[in-house]
Design a protein around this ligand. Structure first.
Ligand SMILES: [Zn+2]
Ligand SMILES: [Zn+2]
Length: 187
């Protein structure tokens, strides 16, 4: 089973401090992500728990949250399709505020994403922001090594394991057309 939205059991509850509190609040979570995430045609498996660290404070009338994500995912190499492990790190900033204060917030900040609340509650669940940040942090075009040789387009052999002896010169019909064109031009 792969996930395309936050798992139902996910909750990242933040108890909002009193608005008069000036010290920032820190929280940290570690969650096992058992299912893979399907994104951009790839399947991402989690090798270590996802670590979420946040710091939050009031910038009245909003509540500011800076979020750091750390995880290790396994995804097929873009060239040879062998599983490759990659560490991901993401840093995101969110501004929670009432719908009525949204316009003012978008004027003053471009780096933060605004999360509109209909009313202030003593506890907010930031699971949608964790999910959004996680998906945005997923790497595309992961290579098992920077000089991965990929697969042979003729026989499909993984060329990192050695050459297969196929003639790969004229396998792409588009290249044949180009070759013919340049030969024609010479004549
Ligand atoms: Zn590779
Ligand atoms: Zn081959």
């Amino acid at each position: 089973m792969s996930m395309t939205k936050p798992p139902a059991e996910w909750h990242f509850y933040l108890t909002l401090p009193d608005p008069s509190e000036t010290r920032p609040l820190s929280r940290e979570w570690e969650v096992e992500v058992k299912d893979t995430i399907a994104y951009a045609g790839l399947e991402y498996a989690f090798r270590l728990p996802l670590k979420v660290t946040i710091e939050g404070y009031w910038t009245k009338p909003h509540f500011f949250v800076s979020m750091n994500l750390d995880a290790t995912v396994e995804v097929p190499c873009a060239r040879c399709l062998e599983k490759s492990e990659v560490a991901i790190k993401g840093q995101f900033s969110y501004l929670y505020g009432l719908v009525s204060d949204q316009e003012e917030a978008s004027d003053e900040s471009e780096d933060e994403m605004f999360v509109a609340l209909h009313s202030w509650k003593s506890v907010i669940d930031i699971k949608d922001q964790v999910w959004e940040g996680l998906v945005l942090s997923l790497p595309e075009n992961v290579l098992c090594s920077k000089d991965c040789k990929g697969l042979c387009p003729v026989c499909g052999k993984n060329l990192n394991e050695g050459d297969c002896g196929c003639n790969r010169e004229s396998t792409d019909p588009r290249l044949d057309v180009l070759k013919k064109l340049s030969e024609d031009m010479k004549e």
